[in-house]
Design a protein. Structure first.
Length: 227
């Protein structure tokens, strides 16, 4: 563990391209990720980028459905919007329907307190502005100690560990990537509330290209296309 921590620190400081800057995304229009469960395509997660001078707005659309014998047993459909001025997150709003149950987040940045104010379906209160929204478009999620759930607003402490460099193939393209794990700081949490992800990051494009985890099956988010 100590060795992995040292490798991660060196990686972050010696590779400027990993440093989180919204400028990395200023030329992007869209990121398309497909969602697989047990190797079967079940949905999508799309991000759209809209630039207005120093303001960047990222909208997020997600939809997937798990079916067994033709019956839907787990269904999610959601929409979110993150607004940044330069590198600062100013606001975030999301609405998600999960098996007919609505979840939500309303967040805004309080400049005087230098904190986020959150009203969500799982948490209401203040949070450090060092948190990031836990969406897969933003590689800053690999640099922070905690994230805000994009679905419910809850704050989740995390530990990120660099594993190794790899080559992986997606949709006929080969990527040289850095493989990380992202886990809850408290791994004694119930499994449904625990962070436990493998993440593959492409330094060249400053982009997360694959995410994998196990929960009621083996799930993968795969980068299909970006523009």
């Amino acid at each position: 563990m100590k060795k992995n921590f040292i490798i991660l620190i060196l990686f972050l400081f010696l590779n400027p391209s990993v440093l989180a800057h919204i400028d990395h995304y200023k030329n992007l229009n869209k990121i398309e990720m497909e969602i697989f469960r047990n190797g079967k395509l079940i949905g999508y997660n799309y991000y759209f980028f809209n630039k207005k001078k120093e303001e960047l707005i990222i909208t997020n659309q997600i939809k997937f459905s798990v079916e067994i014998l033709g019956a839907s047993i787990f269904k999610v459909e959601g929409y979110g919007e993150e607004k940044y001025i330069k590198d600062q997150l100013i606001s975030y709003e999301s609405r998600t329907i999960q098996n007919k149950k609505e979840k939500f987040v309303n967040l805004f940045y309080d400049k005087k307190l230098n904190k986020f104010n959150i009203k969500g379906s799982s948490y209401t209160g203040k949070a450090s502005n060092e948190n990031v929204i836990g969406n897969w478009w933003n590689h800053k999620i690999l640099q922070v100690n905690s994230q805000i759930s994009p679905i419910s607003g809850s704050i989740k402490e995390q530990v990120v560990t660099f594993i190794k460099k790899e080559k992986i193939n997606l949709y006929g393209k080969t990527y040289e990537v850095d493989h990380f794990t992202l886990k809850s700081k408290n791994m004694n949490l119930p499994k449904e509330k625990r962070l436990d992800f493998d993440i593959w990051y492409d330094q060249k494009n400053s982009m997360i290209i694959k995410v994998a985890y196990s929960r009621m099956g083996n799930w993968e988010y795969r980068l299909k296309n970006f523009q």
